[in-house]
Design a protein around this ligand. Structure first.
Ligand SMILES: Cc1cc2nc3c(=O)[nH]c(=O)nc-3n(C[C@H](O)[C@H](O)[C@H](O)COP(=O)(O)OP(=O)(O)OC[C@H]3O[C@@H](n4cnc5c(N)ncnc54)[C@H](O)[C@@H]3O)c2cc1C
Length: 458
């Protein structure tokens, strides 16, 4: 019979899930010297932002773009004493997109001047838009600023842009690539409120917030690996390959959880899982019905990544190139990670490509790249990664379903990119959620401690 540890002195906090939200929560708790155990069902940390192997290369599950506004992520790297310049190349935003149909390009670059002037000059000096379209884009940002980036009612991004008289060409060049890259949801469905919140965080406060942070190392070395060391060094404990199968609740308070071979007692459990996995654990408990019903309302959107290994001398001019009028959306040149000749092509959100088999998908992407770079030879090797449930569907009105950290059950907490952060499903959203959840847990533990101290002093 497996050992039952439920009667032993409970671990104050157990975190289920070792993605970036669970890791953020564990780092914050360990930093506050609160003993924490993190259980991850996979054999590695990182969740959706994990590493995979492609021949001799360690690549990412999908290349992840980060920006200067990822303040919580930068807070964590600082806490773990990592140097930003060892992890990322920070560059002012440079959006460069080329159309496969017209071969015309669009380019927008921010300059090193204070916000929001940096955006104003970027829009005025960008290439590929008519002067009238530049003014329309500036007027749009100005209108959003005047509304303090809050809409009376959430509508789709497409409806908002049309109501603000943005032309189809302007939408295709600027707003659509930004919306799909950040919300991973087509414009006709995407939440305008969440989109303008992203614009606010990226462009309205500090110039450096719109910088791109392109990882120089694999995603594992940005957070999961340093986090493992930090948590273990600070009294925490991580177990891999441990799937949480049940949570235990008594008198509306958490008492512990089960993994495949044992029970573990806990005062607090943070479910840092994707919404559908948290739903599975909460569903059997009547007291969690409202919370689990909310989680069931979420749908998901896919992301496809196609890795293409070309000969080592092959390279793009830029690290990140946008593609219009095809199925490919962004090409990332991995030479920045020392992987010469390796291109990662990203296709975000739903679309016709989902029904293509891998061979057709790869060939279509190769043909599209050949339009941009006819001088390139055939790739030597390819790999497709399809993440069917890459992000929650960031559709109009989705914020209504996004839960807070606290559940109706004492000691049962939720963290993850889908919680009520106001951001789309991003690394920063996951991290902020994990940090805020950990701080709420710390407050609860400190509160109980001070009540006990008052009692014993009385
Ligand atoms: C291909 C792709 C590209 C992306 N690109 C970007 C980008 O460019 N920029 C950006 O900011 N974001 C991007 N994202 C989104 C980002 O990866 C996610 O928002 C973030 O990783 C979510 O972290 P999380 O901790 O909330 O969830 P997850 O990463 O899903 O972590 C949950 C963890 O829980 C574990 N788990 C599940 N069930 C159990 C259980 N029962 N017991 C124990 N453990 C369990 C899982 O294995 C997983 O490790 C991308 C995502 C994908 C898939």
């Amino acid at each position: 019979m497996p050992p039952d540890t439920s009667s032993k002195k409970p671990t104050p906090v157990i975190i289920a899930g070792g993605g970036w939200s669970g890791l953020a929560a564990a780092i914050e708790l360990a930093h506050h010297k609160i003993p924490v155990t993190l259980l991850e069902s996979a054999k590695q940390l990182g969740g959706r932002a994990r590493c995979v192997r492609f021949n001799d290369h360690q690549v990412d599950n999908g290349p992840h773009i980060m920006i200067g506004a990822y303040s919580s992520m930068l807070y964590l790297t600082k806490l773990m004493k990592l140097k930003e310049s060892d992890l990322f190349i920070r560059k002012p935003l440079r959006l460069f997109l080329r159309s496969l149909k017209t071969r015309k390009s669009f380019e927008l670059r921010t300059h090193r001047i204070p916000a929001p002037l940096h955006l104003l000059t970027a829009l005025l000096t960008c290439s590929g838009l008519k002067a009238s379209e530049k003014w329309l884009a500036i007027r749009f940002m100005n209108n959003m600023q005047r509304r303090n980036f809050i809409l009376d009612k959430d509508v789709s991004v497409s409806d908002l842009l049309h109501s603000e008289a943005q032309t189809e060409h302007l939408i295709n060049c600027l707003w659509a690539p930004l919306c799909i890259a950040t919300l991973n949801t087509p414009l006709e469905k995407a939440s305008a409120q969440i989109f303008i919140h992203v614009l606010q965080e990226s462009f309205s406060e500090k110039r450096k917030h719109s910088d791109t942070l392109i990882p120089k190392v694999s995603l594992g070395d940005v957070l999961p690996n340093p986090a493992f060391d930090f948590i273990e060094r600070n009294g925490g404990h991580i177990e891999l390959g441990q799937r949480v199968t049940d949570i235990h609740i008594q008198d509306n308070a958490v008492t512990g959880l089960s993994i495949s071979d044992r029970k573990m007692a806990a005062d607090h459990i943070i479910l840092a899982l994707p919404q559908y996995a948290a739903h599975t654990l909460l569903k059997p408990h009547i007291s969690c019905n409202t919370a689990s019903d909310k989680l069931q309302q979420f749908s998901t959107q896919p992301i496809c990544t196609i890795y293409l290994q070309y000969p080592r001398q092959i390279k793009m001019k830029l690290m990140m190139t946008g593609v219009q009028d095809g199925i490919s959306q962004w090409i990332f040149d991995r030479r920045i990670c020392g992987q010469n000749g390796l291109m990662a092509v990203i296709i975000s959100a739903e679309g016709g490509h989902i029904n293509m088999d891998n061979q057709t998908l790869i060939q279509t992407v190769i043909d599209e790249l050949a339009i941009l770079r006819p001088d390139w030879p055939k790739p030597l090797d390819t790999m497709v990664i399809r993440e069917k449930r890459a992000t929650f569907n960031c559709h109009t009105g989705v914020s209504k379903h996004r839960p807070d950290h606290k559940t109706p059950v004492m000691g049962c907490w939720l963290a993850g990119d889908y919680t009520n952060t106001g951001l789309p499903a991003t690394l920063e959203g996951g991290i902020r959620s994990g940090l805020e959840c950990a701080r709420a847990v710390i407050q609860s533990i400190e509160g109980i401690k001070s009540i006990n101290e008052e009692r014993s002093n009385a």
